[in-house]
Design a protein around this ligand. Sequence first.
Ligand code: NAP
Length: 500
Amino acid sequence: MKKIDPCTLVLFGASGNLSRIKLMPGLFKLHKLGRLSDGMKILSVGRGEMSRAAWHAEIKGMMDAKYRDGYDHEAFAQFLERNHYHANPPTNPDAFKKMAATLGDEKVFPQNLAYFLSVRPSDFAEVVEKLSGVGLLDESKYWRRVLVEKPFGTDLATAQDLQAKLTKHLKESQIYRIDHYLGKAAVQNAMLFRFTNSIFEAFWNKDYIDHVQITNNEILGVGERTTFYDATGALRDMFQSHLLQTLAMVSMEKPADLKPENVRAAKIKLLQSIRPIDAKNINKQAFRAQYAAGRVCVGDGHGENVPGYQDELKRDNMPPSNTETYAAVKLFIDNPRWQGVPFYVRTGKRMHEGNTAISIRFKKAPMMLTEHQHHNWLIVNIQPRECLKFEIESKVPSLDVKTRTMSIDLAQRVAGDDSVDSYETLLLNLMEGDPSQFLHIDEVEAQWKLVDPIVKAWAEDKGPVHQYRAGHRDPEESSIIFESQDQFWRYSIELGGDKH
Ligand SMILES: NC(=O)c1ccc[n+]([C@@H]2O[C@H](COP(=O)([O-])OP(=O)(O)OC[C@H]3O[C@@H](n4cnc5c(N)ncnc54)[C@H](OP(=O)(O)O)[C@@H]3O)[C@@H](O)[C@H]2O)c1
């Protein structure tokens, strides 16, 4: 267990959705587990005036909603003692001065300050500037860290602009850019299982691996979030950070050790060696589509008719648009380990199943006994089930020589394991001063450099966007990005991984 200095967590946007669902419940859990330092305090900041008692009642409402089966009320009463509220009305020019005066009370608030900016991305730079203006980022006596929520820019230019604004007041070491995927135990395992098991390293390369698929498919559609989604699209929402980070975790070179600087250096090197897609190759390497009306499977196994994306835009009085709800991209990594191995990265809404996985297909076996003999696959399943699955061919016990696919299925979660939300991990890392699961600016820039040309080409292409029926598998036309005809999309963790 790492030591955490006494500190104050200053939570901007504490009344917001993210805070209600993840941050406050996560902080309470860390408190209960004894992972917060003794004197640690939480100062929630919001635009509205509110008494401390009223804020405590708000927090209780968040816990009641999150932990419906009940929670430890004695521990919760102690947790409330850590919690304070500060009103920061935008109309008050002295609001940040008042905040500095409040935080300056050393008897109440430890002076190491961690700011969590759970506010609109357009507010990140202004909050940092104002904090700096009243001396609240000054590290001459105590550490000061700023966690910025996603997204960090909407393209390379805006990311660089935000970076320039932040670094007027902050050193790189003070900035914690979040990608909550990196807090997921199963994503961290995508890197660690390779380096903690000697059996994998020998075949983790172009000589044995045919291709890799990184998948994030959802049954959910865009729902009420049409305004946000239509301005964003699948590529920027999922691919730009979550999926490229997952790709980096599974393909990076071994860092010298797990020190934050070494893990990040290995990831940066990998991301910078992904070959950008040339404008002339976009249509061969990237495919987009939108869901049309269809029928999806809901939790209890029943079907539900759902509208298409264009219907949802119309419902919300928005004009038709070409924004993609499905994106599939083929990437190559230009380094000796991965030369020539395609990495297929795909994400879609309103698909037939919800699944996040890394699927690795190995090259043809040295002996193919039948035409239908399957390739070996290794699947690192992240959601819904965390497991590692190895598919191997084995002789069917019979008089004939034929094989079938058997699988070694290693659940990564065993009875009694705690389930840790990624925000709990990341909040703890912020207070510990461990940036390894946060993005360095070089990673963010490398990711935008890969995404920008595709976004640009798709924005310029005004032709009709391919439609796929909600509740179905990948549009067949997406197979245009495959390198060879025997490659196909891998689904879930069905045995055999055959075409369906
Ligand atoms: N929700 C998620 O699951 C999720 C996922 C990924 C990333 N994020 C990121 O996390 C951050 C917070 O998300 P959220 O869903 O919690 O946002 P939210 O609920 O819309 O808002 C967060 C807070 O921002 C303040 N705010 C809202 N509208 C404002 C306005 N017009 N002017 C000034 N302040 C305003 C409000 O605080 P006060 O009224 O108290 O000042 C609100 O509590 C965003 O950067 C988002 O991109 C969220």
